[in-house]
Each structure stands twice: as structure tokens, then as C-alpha cells.
Design a protein around this ligand. Structure first.
Ligand code: GRF
Length: 207
């Protein structure tokens, strides 16, 4: 049986990537999908070495100096040979161009370390620290043309009592992220979010 193929896209540490790969081998994603490759926007991303150690194919598509449009075309070219069914963003720090969104509409997922309704943009844990939040929310969502604006698949609360610095908050949050991302992907793959997926797939932003 052919399993759905997932390409994971990273720019940094890669701890979510590592958790997802582990889950396909011995967790909730086992028998549900395979990671066909890890694409990194920079060669010095720690996650690249991590993926290599896990024997997952890697590809580096440097984003430095690229505008969104031309970078998007490079991404599409690089992804082509893997023929992924899904793009899973895990700390990928570039905005995807409308071409990429159109090519994979409804099949691109992101994890955001905050409630996307409350905060969009980078460093959601820094934002939680700056606002002394007692609780934050991790969000997994489908990706559309906006920044952290796509339909929400799942949200999970993280209790931040006892964590005050950004690093302490990130530590608590990442623990939740690592479990939650694979669980949410498993639900997506089993069809639980089909209504949201068809909603985003029927949008035509090019009209
Ligand atoms: C995570 O906090 C994720 O929510 C955000 O970027 C961070 C990536 O961390 N989008 P890692 O590279 O998976 O360790």
C-alpha cells in the first residue's frame, strides 16, 4: 500500500521534524504516512544534520536574497521529484508564494506556537513571555496566502505557570508541540478535517 508522502520544511532546529519522523516509525503516524524528504531553507539549519542522522533525504533550497515569488518557484522545482502529497511546515521561516499555495492547496500544514487568532508572526513564545501569559495555545492550521491565517485544525493549551523566561516557555510549549503535531496530522490523514480541507480547496484566489 502506498502511504501519503509528506515533505517536511524547516529553517532551524528541527525538533518538530524529528518528532514527526519518530512518530512515522513508532508512533501515531506509523502506517499512515511516510516522510519523503526534509527541505531546509538554509544549509546551516541544525535540523539538516538531524534528518541525515535519521536517514531521511534532505534538500537545501537557500532562501537568502530570494523574493517570495522566485523562491516559490525554486521550492516547487525542488519538491517535484519527491512528489509529496503534503507539505508540513515545521519552523519554516519563509512565506510561501501563491504558486506554492495553489499547487498544494489544502495540503499544506503549519504549527504555530501561539493562538493564531491572538498572534501571527514569528517567535510566539517571545510574544507569550513579553505579555506574561499564564497560558498559551499551540495551533496547527492549514496554510493559505496569509501569515498564520489559514483554517485551524487543532489548538492545544499550554499551562505556563512556573515558566517566565522565553526559553522556559518554549520548553513547555515544545513538549506539547511534539506530541500534538503528529496527532493532528494523523487526524488530518484519517479524514477528520475533510470539511475544512474542501473549504480551502474550493477557494480560488486567482479570479
Ligand atoms: C516551533 O516553535 C514551531 O511552532 C514554530 O517554529 C518552531 C520550530 O522549532 N513554527 P523546531 O525547528 O521544530 O525545533
Amino acid at each position: 500500500m502506498m502511504l501519503p508522502r509528506v515533505a517536511i520544511m524547516i529553517s532551524g532546529r528541527g525538533s518538530n521534524m524529528e518528532a514527526i519522523v519518530a512518530s512515522t516509525r513508532e508512533g501515531v503516524l506509523r502506517g499512515r504516512c511516510e516522510v519523503c524528504g526534509v527541505l531546509a531553507s538554509r544549509g546551516d539549519a541544525a535540523g539538516v544534520a538531524l534528518a541525515e542522522a535519521l536517514a531521511v533525504p534532505t534538500r537545501i533550497v537557500p532562501s537568502k536574497g530570494e523574493d517570495t515569488q522566485s523562491y516559490g518557484l525554486k521550492l516547487l522545482g525542488a519538491l517535484e521529484s519527491w512528489s509529496p502529497d503534503y507539505l508540513v511546515l515545521a519552523g519554516f521561516m519563509r512565506i510561501l508564494s501563491p504558486d506554492v499555495i495553489a499547487a498544494y492547496r489544502g495540503r499544506i500544514v503549519n504549527i504555530h506556537p501561539a493562538d493564531t487568532a491572538a498572534y501571527q508572526g514569528p517567535d510566539g513564545y517571545g510574544w507569550a513571555a513579553a505579555h506574561n501569559l499564564k497560558q498559551t495555545m499551540i495551533t496547527v492550521h492549514l496554510v493559505d496566502e496569509g501569515v498564520d491565517t489559514g483554517p485551524v485544525l487543532c489548538r492545544r493549551a499550554v499551562d505556563l505557570t512556573g515558566a517566565s523566561t522565553r526559553d522556559e516557555i518554549a520548553q513547555q510549549g515544545l513538549r506539547v508541540e511534539h506530541a500534538m503535531y503528529s496527532e493532528c496530522l494523523a487526524d488530518l490523514l484519517s479524514g477528520q478535517y475533510d470539511a475544512l480541507v474542501s473549504g480551502i480547496r474550493s477557494r480560488n484566489t486567482r479570479e
